[in-house]
Design a protein around this ligand. Structure first.
Ligand SMILES: Cc1cc2nc3c(=O)[nH]c(=O)nc-3n(C[C@H](O)[C@H](O)[C@H](O)COP(=O)(O)O)c2cc1C
Length: 310
């Protein structure tokens, strides 16, 4: 390392005291104590946690364990993560909702720019109480806390938390809590839903701020959304002989013709075995011993139908 870099002291809240880490800007809604209304707090330490390969999808939230949000999650286990459009005024509303110590009643009085409305979970279960979502949000995740992970099922609201602490779910330190949040619904405003389904371009890209994350002793800092740039996915083909080699190493008597293997040259190497095994599984289920281009087309059709169903 030459003198282009300075070695920074790593401190508490290193993501903003020792570094510039880009983070989302959200308002998280949880139920107040008697579940009669929703309280909103500003949160940015909220990230995808389980993204594939589990029975559910999840986010993780890192928060102060005495916050209204932590209390709401410990008591009722439900929250809404509201991604709001950016403007300086909206950002200032987040900062207002980020002032530690306000009670839910005080907070709701301070919520001036945004309107709490019923979400989809509430619509589906009218007899249960769910936190509201914010009408102006561009995107909302409705979530349920997965209490049973890391043995946190008995964690409850207390005056002080003196341990023992969990590693990654529930009360995790004297002042901290982590919540693994199963995603029940992702709600998107129509324009951005259409963008996902029909194709994203520079005009319909969801305009969420992506440059929040720094605060000093005087200010919170965030910049507006900028039009995104697009870079094409690299069109890297592997040699058909590598695909053939991988196919021949599978523990099966199912064979592939060259024109079938040709259709797999664009599959990235780490996924090749998985895709080939999927083809063999289909062949076994359909009494097929030789996969040609025709069978590959049937398999691809089936795969895209399954994807669409999801
Ligand atoms: C933009 C912004 C982002 C914030 N992100 C977090 C966070 O990720 N975790 C946290 O514990 N506090 C965070 N805070 C501070 C909380 O908002 C603050 O503790 C607030 O009191 C929480 O509200 P609540 O008590 O209603 O949950 C953030 C504050 C702001 C302004």
């Amino acid at each position: 390392m030459d003198n282009k870099f300075k070695d920074v002291r790593i401190m508490d809240n290193f993501y903003q005291s020792s570094a510039f880490v880009p983070m989302p800007l959200t308002l998280i809604g949880t139920l107040n104590e008697d579940a009669s209304s929703t309280s909103f707090g500003a949160y940015s330490l909220i990230f995808p946690y389980y993204v594939a390969g589990k029975d559910f999808y999840a986010m993780i939230l890192e928060c102060r364990n005495t916050s209204n949000t932590a209390k709401g999650l410990l008591r009722h286990g439900k929250c809404t993560i509201n991604f709001m459009p950016y403007s300086k005024k909206n950002f200032s509303e987040h900062v207002n909702m980020g002032f530690p110590g306000d009670t839910p009643e005080e907070k709701i009085k301070n919520l001036k720019m945004f309107t709490p409305v019923k979400g989809k979970s509430q619509e589906e279960n009218p007899n249960e109480a769910y936190p509201k979502i914010l009408d102006e949000a561009l995107q909302v995740f409705e979530c349920t806390w997965v209490r049973e992970l890391d043995g946190a099922e008995n964690d409850k609201v207390e005056e002080e938390y003196n341990g023992p602490y969990h590693n990654f779910n529930g009360i995790t330190s004297k002042f901290g809590a982590h919540f693994i949040l199963k995603i029940d619904h992702i709600l998107l405003k129509e324009k951005y839903y259409d963008a996902l389904v029909n194709g994203v371009d520079r005009k319909n890209f969801c305009p969420l701020p992506t440059n929040w994350g720094y605060r000093d002793s005087k200010n919170f800092w965030c910049s507006d959304f900028e039009k995104p740039d697009a870079v094409g996915i690299p069109n890297r083909e592997i040699d058909i002989s590598s695909v053939r080699y991988a196919a021949e190493r599978l523990q099966t008597d199912v064979k592939f013709t060259d024109d079938a293997l040709e259709m797999l040259v664009k599959v990235p190497r780490p996924f090749l075995k998985l895709v080939l095994t999927g083809c063999v599984k289909w062949a076994d289920e359909n009494g097929c011993k030789l996969i040609t281009k025709k069978e590959m087309e049937i398999i691809n059709d089936k795969r895209s139908q399954e994807k669409n169903k999801k």
